[in-house]
Design a protein around this ligand. Sequence first.
Ligand code: ZN
Length: 172
Amino acid sequence: MAVREILTLGNDVLKRKAQKVDDFGPKLQTLIDDMIETMRAAPGVGLAGPQVNEPLRVIVVEFGDEEEEEVPKKLYVLVNPEISRTSPESLVAAEGCLSVPGLMGDVERPIAVTVIGKNRRGQPIKIKAKDWLARIFQHEIDHVNGILFLDRAERVYKPEEEPIPEQEEAEA
Ligand code: ZN
């Protein structure tokens, strides 16, 4: 396993639609292990293939908020992820991104989503997520479609210019 370099704003890979994964062989397994290690080292709550210069539809998410939301910390690996359902209710909240250091943005997103895709062995999986976990999945799935939170934000700002609640500091 290895920590990979996280690409930042200005790199074309971040703006391109990533390719669907067909081969679940050793190369993909190494990429996934490296992405988990890179996400944890950053630290961040999510990471997508394009962020480590691999234009593949792979995301990793690790999130838990035992105190506020009673969500135990859990690692998710999704290959070829898609959002199959969204809640009609949406919420504006502050997001950051490991590929956009030093900036945050207020982004409106559905509060709950159903995500479908495959696990690292190629078996189909379906995850129902709400609140922050739902937001992180949407943020990461945006990455494999070449979309950054900056493209969706109603307002972008430097976090040091205004205090933000602690739970909104997670970067993906
Ligand atoms: Zn991001």
